[in-house]
Design a protein around this ligand. Structure first.
Ligand code: ZN
Ligand code: ZN
Ligand code: ZN
Length: 375
């Protein structure tokens, strides 16, 4: 693919539009507004990325009113200079003052607010103390589509992050696995992610042999041996958007059983991706992938959900899991990553990021999903 190596930056106008959309959505959901603490929602709505601390920083979005950012006085200059800063009215408070007393007049007494999931409890308790009749609901539950549905420019970034992760996989296939520690391969994956434009590495899973049977295993000092299956799962952020892909490789010639298990996971992943289309519930993607594994007799060994959303973070709602009835909408991006885990022996996981289009799912990862043989 050709194109500029750097995406066109988001502007204050872009952030103004996102905040207006969030305020409108809040009104549509019967909320008095949206409250956002530092974290992925604030980055998405304003481009401002302060550290989340005990000092209250809070974006207040009220339908029909200009957005206001409550900010510690010492951080106000940084907030004003952030990309979306010009789109905000700042209301600062100095150390020693009660920040919740500064925020309270911006809220409607008895109003119900959507509040960002990662808001510290102490800040929510502070707001509740200042306005006891005001109520709060999780932002991702109240307005799940806000970050889940990506616009064209966000999709471009996610596609670029996916292409970079693909390039990392192609490179790692060329290195020697046998005789090296998992942490050694993990370090190479991290270097490659950076070389292909990632600014942040979130995880580099290298699960060799029995370690591959633990989906939460990252990388340890185990030496990779001939005959090992090796689960690779890596990702991070490139230009502010996430990558996350898994492939399972084998050191030398695999056994018939290893090939068979890998093939079942490959077919399950295919079925999960093929199920993606607008209007179906998230749980249908999980069911489609899970059915293939269950029919092959490994249902008990697929021990996690099929997928998770991705955007300004590498793991976020919506989740592809039984019970999630949220409908798929064009522009959503999430992983499809079934696996089979055989305790004490080996694991297999295959993961692509998929985006929902009018015509179905489109993968943002394009490397081969056949079992690759490494040295
Ligand atoms: Zn083997
Ligand atoms: Zn992953
Ligand atoms: Zn994932």
């Amino acid at each position: 693919m050709s194109g500029p190596s750097r995406p066109v930056p988001f502007t204050a106008d872009d952030y103004r539009a996102r905040m207006a959309r969030a305020a409108d959505a809040a009104a549509g959901a019967g909320l008095a507004g949206v409250l956002v603490a530092p974290g992925p929602d604030l980055v998405h709505l304003t481009g401002y990325q302060p550290v989340n601390t005990e000092r209250l920083t809070l974006l207040v979005l009220t339908p029909g009113q200009d957005p206001v950012l409550v900010v510690p006085t010492l951080e106000a200059p940084d907030a004003a200079e952030a990309v979306g800063g010009p789109a905000l009215t700042l209301r600062d408070w100095t150390d020693g003052k009660d920040p919740y007393a500064v925020a309270a007049p911006l809220l409607r007494d008895r109003g119900k607010y959507g509040i960002s999931d990662n808001t510290w409890a102490m800040h929510l308790l502070g707001l509740q103390g200042a306005l006891p009749d005001t109520s709060y609901v999780s932002l991702t539950e109240a307005l799940p589509m806000l970050r889940a549905v990506k616009d064209a420019r966000e999709l471009e970034r996610l596609a670029a992050a996916g292409a970079a992760a693909d390039a990392v996989y192609e490179e790692i296939l060329k290195v020697r696995f046998s005789g090296r520690a998992e942490t050694d391969i993990a370090a190479e994956l991290a270097d490659l992610l950076k070389r292909f434009g990632h600014s942040q590495v979130d995880f580099t899973v290298v699960g060799s042999g029995p370690n591959g049977a633990n989906p939460h295993h990252e990388a340890g000092d185990r030496t990779i041996e001939p005959g090992d299956m090796v689960v690779l799962d890596f990702g991070g952020l490139k230009h502010g958007y996430g990558s996350d892909t898994s492939r399972t490789v084998h050191v030398g010639e695999p056994t018939a059983e290893e090939r068979r298990v890998h093939d079942i996971v490959r077919q399950a992943q295919e079925a999960g991706c093929a199920a993606v289309r607008p209007g179906i519930a998230c749980q249908e993607v999980d069911r489609a992938a899970r059915a293939v594994i269950a029919e092959a007799g490994y249902g008990e060994r697929f021990i996690h959900r099929t997928g998770h959303g991705i955007g300004v973070t590498t793991h976020e709602p919506p989740y592809m899991i039984e019970g999630e009835e949220l409908p798929l909408v064009p522009g959503m991006c999430f992983s499809v990553e079934p696996g089979i885990y055989l305790p004490g022996r080996f694991g297999v996981r295959i993961e692509d990021i998929v985006t929902v289009t009018e015509d179905g799912g489109r993968r943002l990862n394009a490397t081969s999903r056949e079992l690759a043989i490494v040295e």
